[in-house]
Design a protein around this ligand. Structure first.
Ligand code: PMP
Length: 412
């Protein structure tokens, strides 16, 4: 029997209380609760239509195919599907990923979500005080991943065409920077896409300055209008002519094309970076779940059809939302027109604070994410992110009408 606290001789109640907060590392103390998570709690009420979350449409998940693939994988691999496996990842999956960019599989590291890719890249690249360049606004999850490694951020302004490369040029002429983090396709949170001209210039400028680029591309496949553009990674490959010289590091994921819950994603990079990622991943989780990687591999033939469906549905939802916004929003409210992905970005006139406005929107039965948490160094108080990916057309109609009313009231 285990000793109980009331075991004779065990002194209880006479010890000083430990100050847990004071024992937290400086790293942990700099972390704050995610604004999105806090907001999502409020909006889980069934009477609130939420455009706040960034969830893929669950009704599009290929449930039956995943059920069948699970049987196939267990039959084929037996206990090996449930055994520990290599840190690098399931070889056929790495081969397939490498084939997309025509690089060796050795330059691909499987990750447990690209969120882990961002965390581990932060861990192997960011020294305390390193200058890290981010878009304004940028993906909040990347800021959360990098923050514990104590970078100093510089914000690069963005406009309809994505990162302002002239502003980037200016910043690169200043204090040396370690890396630039960017989401060039259908960015989270704005839905904007970096133009081809700017992609070329960004890759050249950062190469000249010796600044690494982390290209985060979970949405690239979800284009529903316009022409596909080369990734920064591909432009880097073309510029250097060699995967081992490419200063661009590429992250992508099966979360938005298949399902997010299997947590399968990857990083492509030059060997010295991959080698370090393998070492830190061993410390983080040894490897991405074996069965999940085998399942994803089994589902690869299904991927083109699945992506086609997701594109079509998100395209319809985005178009419907934009139509409803045009109908219900005051003329002084502007917004992006994404060509893919899951998000769009709304800008209200200066002086309106979307964080303060949120309770009155929720009262009208609609929720969004205020824009300011997406700015590393502040700003964007008059902006918000809306997600159309998991909303039904009738919810979009009602939601945009309610938001329009909320805006009208706020604008007087
Ligand atoms: N990067 C961006 C830009 C994202 O929007 C997300 C998901 N919200 C992630 C990374 C994390 O995705 P994953 O599910 O692969 O961890």
């Amino acid at each position: 029997m285990a000793a109980s606290p009331s075991t004779p001789g065990f002194r209880t109640g006479s010890l000083p209380a430990l100050d847990f907060s004071a024992r937290l590392s400086r790293r942990a103390q700099t972390m704050t609760a995610s604004a999105i998570r806090e907001i999502l709690k409020v909006t889980q009420r069934p009477d609130v239509i939420s455009f706040a979350g960034g969830l893929p449409a669950p009704e599009l998940f290929p449930l039956e195919e995943i059920r069948a693939a699970t049987g196939t994988v267990l039959d084929r691999y037996g206990p090996a599907a449930l055994q520990y496996s290599t840190t690098e990842g399931h070889p056929p999956l790495r081969e397939w990923i490498a084939g997309r960019h025509g690089i060796p599989a050795a330059n691909v590291q499987i990750m447990t979500g690209s969120q882990q890719g961002l965390d581990l890249l932060g861990k192997v690249l960011i020294e305390e005080g390193d200058r890290v360049l981010v878009e304004a606004p940028t993906y909040l999850g990347a800021l959360q991943s990098f923050q514990p490694y104590l970078p100093r951020y510089a914000q690069i302004p963005t406009d309809e065409g994505g990162i302002d490369v002239d502003a980037l040029d200016e910043v690169l002429r200043g204090e040396p920077a370690k890396l630039l983090y960017a989401v060039p396709n259908f960015q989270n949170p704005t839905g904007r896409t970096l133009s081809l001209e700017r992609r070329r210039r960004l890759v050249e400028l950062t190469a000249q300055a010796g600044v690494l680029v982390i290209e985060d591309d979970p949405y690239g496949e979800l284009r529903f209008s316009g022409e596909p553009l080369p990734s920064l990674y591909e432009l880097g490959l073309a510029l250097h002519g060699d995967v081992e010289r490419n200063h661009v590091i590429y992250c992508s994921s099966f979360s938005k094309t298949l399902v997010p819950g299997l947590r399968d994603a990857w990083v492509e990079a030059a060997s010295p970076i991959i080698r370090k990622l393998i070492q830190v991943k061993q410390g983080a989780d040894l490897h991405t779940p074996t069965l999940n990687q085998m399942l994803i591999t089994e589902l690869l033939p299904l991927l083109p059809r699945q992506i086609e469906t997701v594109r079509r549905v998100y395209g319809e939802r985005a178009a419907h939302m934009l139509g409803q916004m045009a109908e219900h929003f005051p003329a002084s409210v502007t917004y992006t027109r994404p060509q893919g992905g899951m998000f769009l970005w709304v800008t209200l006139p200066e002086g309106v604070n979307t964080t303060e406005l949120l309770p009155s929107a929720v009262e009208r039965g609609v929720a969004y994410v205020p824009g300011s948490p997406f700015f590393a160094l502040g700003g964007g108080e008059n902006t918000m992110r809306l997600s159309y990916s998991s909303a039904r057309p009738e919810q979009i109609s009602r939601g945009m009408e309610a938001l329009g009313e909320t805006f009208r009231e706020a604008l007087g």
